[in-house]
Design a protein around this ligand. Structure first.
Ligand SMILES: *Cc1c(COP(=O)(O)O)cnc(C)c1O
Length: 426
């Protein structure tokens, strides 16, 4: 597979290199400049998830990773069920993995690919999190040989459950509670990446959401959704994606370019840079606003250049997208209305995708919205909005009882560096 830097076309890398580098020169994203459609999609849709995903990823990546099928088999060990939520509308539930969010698909695939391509070198993943990504990355890399993980999070600013998901694994996963803000955590990561000597010494990688391997893994569940419908329903399919950094929808559009017949809706919260851009043609990010759907509180979505590259490559039009954005009040109203109508429980991110879909679905279409997180992850909001007491899934309830093992540090790069060198035995 050949990938190009979207900012510097002359930087061309293999898939393995792109996974190791993460981002290209001048902060450019790696992306393909052509996509061959899959043939025989109806045949593929008859296969089980793991077997079909192996074929899709092999088609995309080529023969660079000999163990690709084994990687898929050990990464995708939980289902992505399509659950009927309303008339002609289904939820694609992507939250049945170990940390209850769709990020498990991408993070687990990436962890195994990195292990396969790292050669003899030791790698250290350093990542800053405001909650979900850190949990998915920690879980995905747990026990991967030759890879150590350090997760930084702001003390007292992530939920108790999120902290447990990061700090109860042990082994090659270190949880570091920073006495500061999320931005200070991110600054520490930046400083580490700017320290070229340290970076080389520990084999630094950030495993963040712009890594191409995460997107490719996510392509697979769009096909899994279609596979659970009848051929008639598949004829006029619509996906509504709750967007933050626009990685998830990029994966959906790759699936479309591979031949999955569908249209796409962009669903946002009050951080609506893209819907405003599509309406006015001017790119005008506002300051980020905190909302109930906090994983979508992003005003400068870092995967947007990939969406534009795909649209251009496939000769689509930006005007093909329906889009919508909801306030927190509208989000709660949507959760309440669907719960009253059918009993389906939405958390805030899925609620936004559901509502935009419901508002724009046409006669004869089948709609699918992406359920990106388990409602129990947003228990407070869900309970107070719907007047229920949502139980935690058993595996999570058990984890919540374990003691957190963590190190507290000041937001100080020298202290972080000393800590890491000692932990890594360097
Ligand atoms: C990360 C996340 C999103 C946003 O996904 P992007 O790929 O960044 O657009 C939406 N919902 C939940 C629950 C998330 O964790």
């Amino acid at each position: 597979m050949q990938l190009f830097n979207l900012k510097e076309k002359t930087q061309q890398v293999s898939f393995a290199e792109a996974v190791k580098l993460g981002i290209g020169h001048n902060q450019g994203l790696f992306f393909m400049d052509k996509l061959e459609p899959l043939d025989n999609i109806e045949e593929l849709l008859k296969l089980p998830l793991v077997e079909r995903s192996g074929k899709i990823l092999r088609h995309l990546i080529g023969d660079e990773i000999p163990t690709l099928e084994d990687i898929v088999k050990s990464a995708f060990v939980f289902p992505a069920p399509l659950v009927k939520a309303d008339a002609d509308i289904y939820a694609l539930e992507l939250f049945h993995g170990p940390t209850l969010a769709f990020k498990d698909f991408g993070a687990r695939f990436m962890a195994r690919v990195l292990s396969a391509v790292r050669g003899d070198g030791h790698l250290t993943i350093l990542t800053a999190t405001s909650g979900d990504t850190g949990a998915a990355v920690a879980d995905a890399f747990y026990g991967q040989p030759g890879i150590d993980v350090v997760v930084l999070y702001p003390k007292g600013k992530i939920s108790a459950l999120q902290e447990k998901l990061i700090a109860t694994l042990g082994g090659n996963i270190r949880a570091v509670e920073v006495d500061g803000t999320f931005d200070e955590c991110q600054d520490l990561v930046k400083q580490a990446f700017d320290d070229s000597q340290f970076r080389a010494q520990v084999g630094l990688n950030s495993a963040n959401s712009i890594n191409i391997s995460r997107l490719l893994a996510q392509v697979c569940y769009y096909f899994e959704a279609a596979a659970q419908l009848t051929p008639e329903q598949r004829e006029r399919l619509v996906f509504s994606v709750p967007c933050g950094n626009f990685g998830n929808i990029t994966a959906g559009l790759i699936a479309k370019a591979l031949g999955l017949k569908s249209r796409f809706m962009i669903s946002c919260n009050a951080n609506d840079t893209v819907p405003r851009y599509l309406a006015s043609g001017s790119w005008d990010p506002h300051a980020t606003i905190p909302t109930l759907s906090n994983a979508m509180d992003i005003s400068r979505p870092n995967n947007w250049p990939r969406v534009e590259a795909l649209v251009k490559m496939q000769r689509w039009q930006l005007s093909d997208f329906d889009c919508g954005s909801l306030t927190d009040d509208e989000t709660r109203a949507s959760m309440q209305a669907l719960y009253k109508k059918t009993g389906y429980v939405l958390e805030p991110h899925a609620a936004i995708a559901y509502q935009v879909l419901s508002d724009h679905l046409k006669e004869g279409e089948t709609g699918i919205f992406l359920g990106t997180a388990h409602p129990a992850k947003f228990k407070e909001t869900v309970d107070s909005t719907l007047g229920i007491d949502l139980p935690l899934p058993k595996a999570l309830a058990d984890r919540a009882l374990l003691p957190a093992v963590k190190t507290e540090l000041k937001p100080d790069y020298a202290a972080l560096k000393t800590f890491m060198l000692k932990e890594l035995g360097l």
